[in-house]
Write a protein that binds this ligand. Sequence first.
Ligand SMILES: Cc1cc2nc3c(=O)[nH]c(=O)nc-3n(C[C@H](O)[C@H](O)[C@H](O)COP(=O)(O)O)c2cc1C
Length: 373
Amino acid sequence: MLHNEMCRMFGIELPVFGFSHCRNVVAEISRAGGLGCLGTAYYGPEQLEMELKWIDEQVQGKPYGVNMMLPQKYETVGEALDFAKLPQGHVKWQTQLLDDAGIPPLPPQERERLLQEEIDRIHITPEFADEILEVALRHPNVKLLVSALGSPSRAILDRLHARGIKVGAMTGKVEHALKHKAAGLDFVIAQGTEAAGHTGVVSSMVLWPEVVDAVAPMPVLAAGGIGRGRQMAAAFALGAKGVWCGSIWHGTRESDLTDEMKQLLYKAKSGDAVQTRSKTGKPGRMLSSKYTQAWVAPGAPPTLPMPWQSVLNADARLRIDRARALDFMTCPVGQIVSLINEESSVRQRIADMLEEFVTTVEGLGEATGLAGV
Ligand SMILES: Cc1cc2nc3c(=O)[nH]c(=O)nc-3n(C[C@H](O)[C@H](O)[C@H](O)COP(=O)(O)O)c2cc1C
């Protein structure tokens, strides 16, 4: 069943694609017949090598993918990222916010090292992106590369294609989808504003068919707001050839989120996943917390451009985590957070989604009165 164009492109059983930073989730999606894609942001080359080696051992020859930042221009390169270069007014405001909440500062003897480690993870230069790409190319089960930011260059695309790797890219706008098509990519992922992470403003309901029509016959995966079978059916009805899910894996036992964070997500409602610039400086959907709320409260400074906002909040993230300050904790999550209510597993989530998908599609004739017409 469900053997369509995207299944044939990758030799997989289900057109269910999943994004995660967590290797266990990625491997399990691929083992279940879909295609897991590892988010490589925050991984250095050595760490990534270890993760991919581990996934290779788990997937038993099945394909999986990597999601990378391959920007064509870099806003900050070289040694430029430095906590000391942040605007002091912003640092003071953030420090005060956490002090007032009784969240202790980082221990002075460890602070510099801890911050530097965080900043190193944010630091993406062309050389760094190349190293990450080289690591991915060493793993033959990597059959997909998804660009998180813009189309990859022609040279990279040709290299990937020569290795039999298909290339997709995220898009929240028709204009960007058209650029990806012109660049020669294999498919696009149309991600509505409901989604976790960096998002545009157009909802999935409007974006998916717009992108499908604009890039036809290039296939489109639907992302943003898909966590159950009825949503999957809607994606196909709107012209998508498969689904790309991110948030729904948060509630699985394979996810490496802390138990505390999982508990926060179980309680959250769809409206608690808010668009905020407080993490990276670009709008991204995250769980609302006292930290995200403070950034839009009266008296808050404007957020800094990318990547400086991430440099600024490195200190806050570390302080909040170490103090286990639950009401300040946040993570990227989409509006389907309301479907994440208890611990499940990747396989169970996929099975439930498919079961509801089939019932929905089969029931449409009756629901619309078209059955037997
Ligand atoms: C924790 C988390 C981190 C994400 N980080 C990235 C990223 O680094 N690159 C990217 O292209 N998409 C990222 N996304 C977005 C996903 O690729 C996906 O498009 C999105 O989660 C789909 O919408 P959904 O959250 O409603 O399922 C992230 C999603 C989550 C849940």
